[in-house]
Design a binder for this molecule. Structure first.
Ligand code: UGB
Length: 478
């Protein structure tokens, strides 16, 4: 109901009306200041001055509406639903960070999370801002960093590309291990700057992205917003700090596109992307070059090869196929597709190795683009080095789930997919000892163990499905 209706009703009942909503208060304030501006201008007869004043005030008003993070003094951690408390909810102007769950941590909460604890290996801990921390790779990396004693603060916008409840569950896990996850967007440059000012982060692990090769056909702008504009926002914030953190970020095997030399090496052609997703990741690599060149920002790009495992992404084929097999629904297989499926633990080791060897940035925002010298600019494949037919991946899932898939094999559509991927990882092996060790059989076994536990699936019942039992999955999942 509009506020004036409430006020009229209240007056009719002889009740003092409640204060107007905050935006109306702001409007009143603007009007009052504008009125004093009028008096001033009347006195001086400077019409131009009056117009300028009003325009400035309007801009300030619009700015405060759209950038409340500048006014807020608290962040919003995602955590388990049980930690929701009305008395920890932020002031109304802080709510643009899409706060849905969680307490409102103070700066000291964020600082505590960012502070390294004693490292098991005796090394000095690093402090990492992880974007996309409630995502698949982000959550695993955050846990691994925390487990070895590094400082970690997460940032995630919990968008609905796939189940936000799965992202919330990952964030709850992180919260239980002492990792603060802020509910915010990488395109909120003011938030990023405040965060990087708040704690002495040595590194940014930038994993927030719009993922998914085929989804780019449906929502192309999301890829530009996250993978291009979002990357620029993160690099801008990092580059402008007086003490620039080193940035490690997620590129993709998809940048190899139509490259037919195998295995894919970092110096192979990447100028023929087959999807918009790939094109935005390739653009990201070019953008990284510019920020390294201009600002002396240490930047490392990691080309991930079809990463899979527990707490994975439901939009990926192995995960979607598992769900369909359990539900007794058909799956569509692209004939002849092969992937260098890479297990999450191997990728996490690669990410930590890249962080540990990132090297120093050589610039500082206050110097206006000046840098002391050349900063590291690196790119690495993080793959498994042994491609597997997608049909074989399905066979492994069938065995682990104890149920045959209902397969429909079709010609691969030419809508962004590439027929095969195969990583040469010798550069990552040389520079930080990256050595993938997990076979697809072992990795999928770990995935299925988590999958049946998370979705409360009884595999004994799945093996001989009835109509009623095959429904179990959809009701258990969120
Ligand atoms: O390495 C990457 O950089 C990318 O890896 C992942 O892309 P992809 O390798 O395409 O993984 P994914 O969709 O799981 O399809 C796997 C296989 O199943 C085949 N596939 C797929 C769907 C289908 O219905 N049928 C099918 O056969 C399909 O042809 C393919 O051969 C990430 O999603 C992406 O975000 C990015 O990180």
């Amino acid at each position: 109901m509009p506020h004036h209706c409430n006020a009229v009703d209240a007056a009719a009942k002889g009740i003092k009306p409640p204060p107007p909503p905050q935006h109306q208060q702001q409007l009143l304030m603007v009007r009052r200041v504008a009125a004093s501006g009028k008096l001033l201008s009347a006195a001086s007869s400077h019409l131009l001055f009056r117009a300028t004043l009003l325009a400035t005030l309007s801009l300030v008003f619009l700015f405060t509406l759209h950038y409340p993070s500048l006014l807020s003094h608290s962040f919003h951690l995602s955590s388990s639903p049980s930690s929701i408390s009305s008395n920890t909810l932020p002031a109304s102007r802080s709510s643009s960070h899409r706060i849905l769950l969680g307490s409102s941590p103070s700066w000291s909460d964020v600082l505590r999370s960012a502070t390294p604890t004693r490292r098991r290996d005796g090394g000095a801990g690093i402090s990492v801002l992880v974007t996309g921390a409630a995502g698949f790779v982000g959550a695993h990396c955050s846990l691994a960093l925390r487990a070895r004693g590094d400082g970690v603060v997460g940032l995630d916008n919990f968008n609905a590309y796939y189940s936000p409840s799965l992202k919330r569950a990952r964030a709850s896990l992180l919260a239980s291990r002492g990792v603060a996850v802020i509910d915010g967007d990488i395109n909120d440059g003011a938030l990023l700057s405040r965060l990087l000012d708040a704690a002495p982060f040595t590194h940014v692990l930038h994993l927030a992205a719009q993922a998914g090769v085929r989804h780019a056909l449906r929502d192309p702008q999301a890829y530009v917003a996250s993978n291009v504009a979002g990357l620029v926002s993160v690099l801008e914030a990092a580059a402008r700090r007086p003490h620039q953190p080193a940035v490690v970020w997620a590129s993709s095997s998809s940048v190899y596109g139509l490259n037919d030399k195998s295995p894919f090496s970092e110096d192979h052609r990447t100028d023929r992307p087959a999807s918009l997703y790939a094109a935005t990741k390739k653009a990201g690599e070019a953008i990284a070059h510019a920020y390294n060149h201009i600002y002396g920002l240490s930047i490392t790009g990691l080309r991930f090869f079809t990463v899979y495992g527990p707490w994975g992404r439901p939009d990926m084929a192995y995960f979607a196929f598992a769900r369909s097999i359990v539900a007794g629904e058909p799956i569509t297989l692209f004939r002849g597709a092969r992937r260098d499926f890479t297990y999450i633990d191997d990728v996490v080791r690669g990410c930590l190795g890249a962080l540990d060897t990132a090297g120093e940035s050589t610039g500082g925002g206050v110097r206006g683009g000046k840098k002391r010298g050349v900063a590291p600019l690196r790119i690495y494949n993080l793959g498994n080095t042994s491609p597997v037919d997608v049909a074989r991946m399905v066979g492994i899932l069938e065995k682990l789930l104890g149920r045959k898939a209902n397969k429909r094999v079709v010609t691969m559509p030419s809508n962004g997919d590439v027929p095969f991927t195969h990583a040469n990882v010798s550069r990552a092996a040389r520079d930080f000892g990256y050595r993938p060790t997990t076979s697809l059989d072992a990795g999928l076994r770990h995935f299925v163990e988590w999958f049946v536990d998370y979705y409360k699936i009884d595999l004994a019942k799945i093996a001989k499905p009835t109509k009623r039992k095959s429904m179990a999955m959809s009701t258990a999942s969120s």
